[in-house]
Design a protein around this ligand. Structure first.
Ligand SMILES: Cc1cc2nc3c(=O)[nH]c(=O)nc-3n(C[C@H](O)[C@H](O)[C@H](O)COP(=O)(O)OP(=O)(O)OC[C@H]3O[C@@H](n4cnc5c(N)ncnc54)[C@H](O)[C@@H]3O)c2cc1C
Length: 380
């Protein structure tokens, strides 16, 4: 049993840390949050440094990194800039993974090198106004007419669609089949006529846009699909554990950032003639935060290690996601408490974690859905 990351992973993390300390200082994070803008400069620099190719197989222009490599990377990225790590996740984890596993050889050769070099960005659109947790009940309809698909419907909650070149769009391609069996993943260029992307206002993760998408008689060529027609749902399920595991790495890194900010603040602030980190109630909060982050990290690394060894890890990735997201939310809440009224001010960074952390309990499946997955594995 080995609880440590490898020397190579440590080197990679140190090199990323140096890169982000230089290219992604806290003022840049604050500026992107306040302006609610995509960190284009950072994304370009990540691409130039080769980081966008981390999980992509070498034959398609990437580094061929493992899931554990990716988790170590995402943890460090989120420790500096959580929204940036989420944006990276959308294209480099979700899209690259779907393309690597299900796209045709021609699509892979065309798309993956461009994704790795930063020329192309992607978003995934599964949710709809009427289907969230029950995502397979989606109603957006794709009908094959001759050599073209005609797509009509409305999608909801699509992250990063404003800055994407393509949307991986999930739509119902067989209305007669059982709900899980008639869904296809489409490769939709965002500039296709009939596609309207409208930005939604939201609480946190401001640099990552969130959108609803209206699709009116959208025409796509017959072969603009990823994987086989009507197999989209089965394929999405196959990669979900890997994606949940990676998302958990983001949660751990962001929670670690909260801990570091809490340590720093409580070491400076004085009340009743002493530093507030000398009060036992404050120290207990710091101790709990550290312990929970460490436990979450171990769950994430174990889940990644199972992914890398090809061992089923549905329960373990759900646990990692659930525990790390709730750890991050609790850490942000306690971080706010430890800062008293100062934490409530926009000029401090804790309020950003307070706002950003909530998505962690929704994004990779809500806490309720993750508990259902874990309990299902326990009782089957
Ligand atoms: C900022 C943000 C970014 C997102 N990005 C994307 C994206 O890029 N692409 C995408 O496709 N989607 C995205 N989503 C959508 C996200 O995946 C859904 O919000 C999530 O799956 C929950 O669906 P819902 O919001 O419709 O809630 P609902 O499914 O309506 O759930 C409402 C409540 O009911 C509970 N509930 C539902 N079913 C059960 C059950 N069986 N048992 C017990 N409780 C239950 C839920 O846990 C929740 O508490 C994003 C959402 C947000 C907020």
């Amino acid at each position: 049993m080995n609880f440590e990351i490898s020397d190579e992973q440590r080197l990679m993390r140190d090199s990323l840390r140096a890169f982000l300390t230089r290219e992604c200082p806290i003022d840049y994070v604050r500026e992107c949050d306040e302006a609610e803008r995509f960190p284009a400069e950072l994304y370009e620099k990540l691409a130039a440094a080769g980081w966008l190719g981390l999980p992509i197989p070498e034959e398609y222009g990437g580094m061929g990194g493992s899931c554990t490599d990716l988790v170590v990377f995402l943890e460090e990225f989120a420790r500096h800039f959580e929204a940036g790590a989420n944006l990276y996740y959308t294209t480099v984890v979700i899209a690259a993974d779907a393309l690597t596993h299900f796209a045709s050889e021609e699509q892979k050769r065309e798309l993956l090198p461009k994704l790795a070099s930063g020329q192309l960005r992607f978003a995934l659109s599964l949710s709809e106004p009427g289907s969230g947790s029950d995502a397979a009940s989606l109603r957006t309809r794709a009908v094959l007419e001759g050599d073209e698909w005609i797509i009509n419907g409305q999608k909801m909650f699509c992250s990063a669609a404003q800055v994407a070149d393509y949307i991986l769009l999930m739509a119902r391609s067989d209305a007669e089949a059982p709900k899980h069996k008639g869904i296809t993943m489409f490769l939709l260029p965002t500039d296709t006529p009939g596609v309207e992307i409208r930005r939604l206002k939201k609480l946190g993760l401001k640099p990552m846009d969130l959108n609803e998408i209206f699709l009116t008689d959208v025409r796509l060529p017959k072969d603009a699909i990823i994987g086989e027609a009507n197999k989209g749902w089965t394929n999405v399920l196959k990669t979900l554990d890997y994606e949940r595991c990676c998302l958990s790495g983001v949660n751990v890194g962001a929670a670690q950032c909260v801990l570091e900010q809490s340590l720093s603040y409580t070491d400076q602030r004085e009340q009743f003639g002493q530093k507030i980190n000398s009060f036992q109630l404050t120290r207990a909060k710091l101790a709990d935060m550290d312990m929970e982050i460490e436990a979450a990290r171990l769950l994430v690394y174990r889940s990644a290690s199972l992914v890398d060894r090809g061992i089923p890890n549905n329960k373990e990735s759900a646990m990692a996601n659930l525990y790390s997201s709730e750890t991050y939310v609790r850490a942000a809440l306690n971080g706010m408490r430890m800062m008293g009224g100062w934490g409530y001010l926009m000029e401090y960074d804790m309020q950003r974690h307070f706002r950003d952390s909530k998505l962690a309990e929704i994004g990779g499946g809500t806490s309720e859905i993750l508990r259902i997955i874990i309990s299902r594995e326990l009782t089957k």
